[in-house]
Design a protein. Sequence first.
Length: 353
Amino acid sequence: MQENQRRLEGIDLARALALLGMLIINFTELTGASGSGPSLLLKLEWLVEGKASAIFVILAGIGISLMTRRTRESDNSDLINRQKGIIQKRAVFLFGIGLLLYAVGWEYDILHYYGVYLFLCSFLFFRSTRVLWIWFSIVLIIGQLSIIFLGYQITDAEFWSPHGFMANLLFTGYHPVFPWFGFFILGMITGRLQLQNYKVRLFLLSIGFILYSGIGFVSSYMIGLVYKSSTEEDMSLFALFATTSSVPNIAYVLSSSGLSLIVIVFCLYIAEYASRYVRILVLTGQYSLSHYLSQVFIGMTVLGILNRLDEQNLSFTVLYSILFFVFSILLTLIWAKTHQRGPLELAMRKITG
């Protein structure tokens, strides 16, 4: 039981770090600070962009597998249907919250996508791991083909129209189903492993390093060739080998998955051997949905009051993100004195079961 608890603490620790990364990127985009700042912060932006959100989604998939393990192993159709209903209600809840955030101006929202990932996973969580791998491959291939044949350009100009909404949701949004649902499926697969087993952790760590370093090397080499020739045909190869979220192709998904596995495994070890020192971060990770909401209604509001919503630089936005993360930790400490779950997490549980 204690090993399982530590494993869960490691996942929550990773979720807290992913939250910090998402704060940095979201506030950077919101304030127009992208690409403006010292070289060290530019490297930090490059490292975190698209990676923090990937970790967040993979962790969500892991959480689903942990939550449904007993139901899945029971092979009881009644229990499976009941669990499916709970997941679908939570999917609708998060989808609605996400649309609300979008309506108030938070165009970088991930929750409405997250709601769709949850809804789709309700039809997969009880399937075999082999089936999950098949769907993982299908999602990545469709995502890659959409980039090659349809192109990829984030736009929200027609978000509220039926066509614009579906295009944004499936292909052209910040976290479209194709290929981002692949991260969620990978998390579901990872969550089925015995993550408290050191051999499993070593395996995941090895796979993570191979994916991240190997694909990164190939990507750098191929993109270097592209820029040397700079012909229209060769530039199309950028859609195949780029590893940034601006082109969410197969290379990006696999590279980001590799880095995510590395971070998650290290967090499992840190939470196990330094539990007393990271306890508050673990709690903050448990409240990550609530803190995600607070970045919109508190973080964005404060930036507006300070007149800092445009033409900023990374020095300001990184500092602001860190301070807001510390503020989130303080909110966690206050709330945790009387509640076991964050306000949004608590509301979701009460409404959806």
